[in-house]
Design a protein around this ligand. Sequence first.
Ligand code: C2E
Ligand code: MG
Ligand code: MG
Ligand code: MG
Length: 288
Amino acid sequence: RAKAKGKGSFYVFENDLEVTQRARRELEADIKLAIERNELTLHYQPLTSLRDGRVVCFEALLRWSNPSRGFVSPTEFIPVAEATGMIVAIGRHVLRQACREAARWPRHIRVAVNISPIQFRTTGFVQDIAEALAATGLDPDRLEIEITESVFLDKTAITMTNLNELRGMGIRIALDDFGTGYSSLSYLAKFPVDKIKIDRSFVRDINASDQSLAVIEAILAIAQKLSISVTAEGVETVEQARILKARNCNDIQGYLLSPARPAAEILEIIERIPQDFGRLLPPEMPRA
Ligand code: C2E
Ligand code: MG
Ligand code: MG
Ligand code: MG
C-alpha cells in the first residue's frame, strides 16, 4: 500500500488519483455540453464495391472538436460517454443527423450508423429508429446499423426481438469489428445479420501473415454460405484490395480510397472513387 512507503509517497499517490479523477470529470462535463454547443459533427467514409468500384454506402463517424481540447478521437470519448450513459443522447443525435443528411443523397447510396451496445439495449431503441426515419423521410432500406458481437452476450431474447423488428422494417444489420470480440460462428447462424465488417487488424497484415489471411478466408467462406455480405475495414494498399477482390470480398472501406469526410463532399466522392478504383484495380484483360 502507498501509505506503507511513508507520508510523502502517500500524498503523491493521492494527488495523482485526484488529478486523474478531476480530468475525467472535466472530460465528462465537456462531453455533456458538446451536443448543445454544436461541437459534434459527422464525417462519412465510403464503402466501395469490389465488383465495380462504385460507392454503395457511407459510414457516419463522429467528430468532436472542442475550443480548448481541439480534436478529440471517438476512441477516447465514446468509452467515457458509454460509462456515464451520455452515449444514449449522443447516439440519438447521431442517428437523426445521419438520416437527415443521407435523405439528400442519391437513392442508391446507404448510410451506416454505429450503435453502442448501451444504446441498443435501451427500451425504445427500435422506436427511436422508427422516429428518426419518419422525421427525416429516409427509406429504411437505406439505413444500416453497425453493432458489435458484445450485444449478443446478454439479454438474448430482447436482442433477438429488436433485431427482428429492425429487419422487418427493412433496416440492415452489420456486425462491426468482426474477429476481435467474442467471435463465435454460431452467432452468425443464430442472429439475423446482413453484413460482417472484418476488423482492420486482420486486413493490415493480410499480405504478411498467413494467419490473418486464413482468418479472412474462413470468414468469407462462412459468410458466403450464409448469404452474408462482407466488408473489409482499413484497406490502405492496392495489394490488400487485390487480395480481397480475388477472394470475392464484397466491399472495401479504408484510406486507400478515402478517409471519412464532411457531408458536403459526398457527391464528389461518389464521382471520384469509381475512377480511382478503375486505375488502381483495372479489370483483367481477357487473354487473346
Ligand atoms: P469503427 O466503427 O470500426 O470505425 C472505423 C474506424 O476506422 C474509424 O475510426 C475510421 O476513421 C478508421 N479507419 C477507416 N479506414 C481506415 C484505414 O484505412 N486505416 C486506419 N488506420 N483506420 C481507418 P474513428 O472515426 O476514429 O472511430 C473509431 C471508433 O469509434 C469506431 O470504430 C466506432 O467504434 C466508434 N464510433 C465512431 N463514431 C461513432 C458513433 O457515432 N457512435 C458510436 N456508438 N460509436 C462511434
Ligand atoms: Mg463502424
Ligand atoms: Mg469497425
Ligand atoms: Mg473499429
